[in-house]
Design a protein around this ligand. Structure first.
Ligand code: SF4
Length: 406
């Protein structure tokens, strides 16, 4: 398949891994892949096994389902239970646990909850059910927001008045800034989000190079894309450069997609603030509908509780989303929390880091031992983190890792 097979060449991948190992030297590198799609590729293809143990990939906050806080899910479930509502959402969202069950549980309890593949499906349901109120739970970054915007524009143009959007679209730049401002994590560079960049281009990431002096390479989603991106970051640092580079030129234009940006500006505006799972409230980090589309805004038409709900005590999704913990370091990973019985969001979506670790079983005990020794990670005040003072590996902790995760 053009643009896929040539980016999955195993010999080239091994050669690139060897070159990265040669150029990485003794330094411990921490490179964050921002996008959940990259996390998925990394584990599906075993990219970490091709990298030396001192090149660590840190998983970022770019999985749209993972970052939705429990309170926003509870809000959606409350709307789904309103009389006469047909509640539509993407399939993975249906399994995310709220404080009193998931949307699937709500469906089992009698709410009319339907899975859709696109907001246009919700529009069709609205056309077919003119006497019902059809709500679409919109999630995603700048990648998916244009499809919601175009659907609303079509609904307005066709005079359809029974479609409502519960808008949870978020933007990628503010959480990156929050991570860069956090003292928890010292990164060497970023693999920039390929999907989001198809819409916004590469220029919005220049604040990372200009203000924080970290290189960014926007990369694609095949194994060689990821490896080449890692190599480009190491090269930049060796050459004393700090730039936003575009490895994914076959898809991403430096200036993005002007048409998509135009429809985003027409339909959405920035919210003053929005709560992110694990990251708390971040100002201007999410979208809401412009006043012109207020009649389609589920938050204005329905009574949404808007209650803030704390994550379950056992859940460490926040630390995983910030890249502070590896999924297997969460106390319930692979035991109480699995894709069949998720406790947190990161175990639900295929782009979630915990689901990627669990489903592809790429966890390597030997590799993790090397990584811990190389980084000298120490426990935090709560005993979280690796728990390896002075870089020593606690053997009992390694033994405690569930078999499925290895
Ligand atoms: S294992 Fe489950 S609870 Fe723990 S961080 Fe992952 S998704 Fe969250």
């Amino acid at each position: 398949m053009k643009f896929a097979d040539e980016f999955r060449d195993a010999d080239l991948a091994r050669a690139l891994g060897a070159r990265i190992a040669a150029e990485a030297g003794d330094k411990h590198w921490k490179i964050m892949e921002v996008c959940g799609g990259h996390t998925h590729t990394i584990f599906k293809y075993g990219i970490e096994d091709l990298l030396p143990s001192n090149v660590e990939l840190v998983h970022g906050p770019g999985c749209p389902v993972c970052v939705i806080p429990m309170g926003r899910l509870d809000d959606g479930i409350a709307v789904a239970h309103e009389p006469g509502v047909i509640f539509t959402c993407f399939g993975d969202l249906m399994r995310v646990p709220g404080s009193d069950g998931s949307l699937l549980d709500a469906k089992a309890a009698g709410a009319d909850v339907r899975m859709v593949y696109s907001p246009l499906d919700a529009l069709k349901i609205a056309q077919q059910n003119p006497d019902r109120k059809v709500v679409f739970y919109a999630i995603g970054f700048e990648t998916t927001a244009p499809s919601t915007a175009l659907t609303l524009m079509r609904a307005k143009a066709e005079g359809i008045r029974n479609l409502f959007v519960f808008c949870n679209h978020v933007t990628i730049i503010p959480p990156m800034k929050a991570i860069l401002d956090s003292p928890d994590l010292q990164l060497d560079g970023f693999l920039g989000p390929g999907h989001v960049s198809t819409v916004v281009g590469i220029r919005p990431f220049e604040f990372v190079t200009n203000t924080y002096h970290k290189p960014v390479v926007v990369v694609g989603f095949e194994p060689l894309d990821i490896l080449q991106g890692v190599h480009m970051i190491i090269q930049q640092i060796h050459e004393g450069r700090c730039e936003v580079e575009n490895q994914y030129k076959r898809v991403v234009h430096d200036d993005g997609n002007p048409k998509a940006l135009e429809v985003l500006a027409r339909v959405f505006k920035l919210r003053s603030h929005f709560e992110w799972r694990g990251l708390g409230f971040i100002s201007q980090s999410a979208l809401e509908l412009q006043d012109e589309f207020a009649d389609y805004d589920a938050e204005k038409v329905f009574s949404v509780p808007g209650v803030r709900v704390a994550d379950p005590k056992a859940c460490q999704c926040g630390e995983v989303l910030k890249g502070v913990l590896k999924p297997w370091e969460c106390k319930v990973f692979g035991t109480a929390c699995t894709p069949e019985t998720p406790i947190g969001t990161c175990m639900v979506s295929s782009e979630g880091a915990c689901a990627a670790y669990y489903n592809f079983g790429r966890y390597s005990r030997a590799r993790e031992r090397e990584r811990v020794l190389a980084s000298g990670d120490r426990p935090d005040a709560n005993g979280n983190g690796n728990g390896h003072a002075n870089g020593a590996v606690a053997e009992h902790e390694l033994r405690a890792i569930p078999v499925q995760a290895r």
